[in-house]
Ligand binder design. Structure first.
Ligand SMILES: NC(=O)c1ccc[n+]([C@@H]2O[C@H](COP(=O)([O-])OP(=O)(O)OC[C@H]3O[C@@H](n4cnc5c(N)ncnc54)[C@H](O)[C@@H]3O)[C@@H](O)[C@H]2O)c1
Length: 280
């Protein structure tokens, strides 16, 4: 998407187990991959205008099993990037965009979180993402670094790592195995198409105000049970081809964010989950 918009892209990626290795733009002009951990980066590319930090350990279950990589990549990595920006001459400093998550708010039983609501993360992953945001804001105010933060709901789309809920259901179905659903499947999430999220991030980068936070969500809210049934139907399996498994510790009941701020920049989602599933 960035290359189509004629941006030059330097992609710094550690290429962990979660990374896509089949990118069709690897050899295109204007794109360069630096295989490196953001914690170990010692300088930013010359004349960089914007750092967009997507890099993170992102799977909640992994963060419950062991959180050290999450602390390292999600928190120390952000600290390192901020320090690299701080050390530059003020006039040459890039804008810093931190890709965050709706999970930083914790759960909400009724209504939707606004950008001004306090952060109350419930698990090690979301705690490290909340900590990262605080670092960005602290470095921003004290060192005058221009920043923007996006907080997106759950994403779906092609090429997503098999550990994420929707591809995980498909992976199990393709192996003839039942999908696994935590608890009673009543936890609910909002689902946003990844390309729509990226379009919103471009809007934030190009038109959003400095030092502001933007929620990004299609507001399509579904329980995990609804998602698993939709996905199973889409891949031609019976809609009861799943099993309930012991609930995740600390499992957030419901996430919901208010997206009127990003909508005011002209953003709206282009598809709903059914449309994506019909294309599988
Ligand atoms: N997937 C979602 O539903 C969702 C929702 C909201 C926010 N987010 C955020 O969006 C970002 C991307 O999420 P994703 O689902 O694509 O994650 P992912 O886990 O699928 O991919 C993470 C990418 O970051 C890279 N990476 C990890 N640690 C790194 C490090 N220390 N240095 C350099 N590269 C590193 C990996 O190699 C991989 O390419 C994350 O910051 C995540 O918190 C994701």
């Amino acid at each position: 998407m960035a290359l189509k918009r004629s941006y030059k892209v330097v992609n710094v990626d550690k290429v962990t187990y979660a990374a896509r290795k089949d990118l069709d733009f690897d050899t295109r002009p204007g794109y360069m991959l630096i295989k490196k951990d953001i914690c170990d980066l010692t300088s930013l590319p010359d004349k960089v205008e914007c750092v967009v930090n997507f890099a993170a350990e992102s799977h909640v279950d992994n963060s419950i099993r062991g959180s050290s990589k999450f602390m390292q990549s999600n928190t120390h990595g952000v600290y390192n990037l901020l320090e690299l920006v701080r050390r530059m001459e003020p006039a040459k400093r890039p804008l810093f965009i931190q890709i965050s998550t709706d999970e930083v708010y914790g759960d909400i039983i009724h209504g939707s979180f606004r950008e001004t609501d306090p952060l109350k993360p419930s698990n090690p992953y979301s705690a490290t993402k909340a900590a990262a945001e605080e670092l960005v804001m602290g470095w921003g105010r004290t060192h005058g670094i221009r920043y923007k933060i996006t907080r997106s709901s759950n994403n779906y789309g092609p090429g997503q790592s098999n550990e994420k809920f929707i591809p995980n259901i498909i992976m199990h179905a393709n192996r003839g195995e039942k999908a696994r659903v935590y608890g009673k499947g009543l936890n609910s999430r909002e689902w946003t198409y990844a390309a729509d999220n990226c379009a919103a991030i471009f809007l934030v980068m190009e038109k959003g105000k400095d030092n502001e936070i933007y929620n990004i969500s299609s507001s399509e809210e579904l329980t995990n049970l609804e998602v698993v049934k939709k996905v199973l139907k889409a891949v031609g399996k019976p809609t009861d081809f799943f099993e309930f498994v012991a609930d995740r510790p600390g499992h957030d009941v419901r996430y919901s964010v208010n997206s009127t701020k990003i909508a005011s920049l002209g953003w709206k989602p282009s598809i709903i989950l059914d449309m994506y599933l019909a294309s599988l």
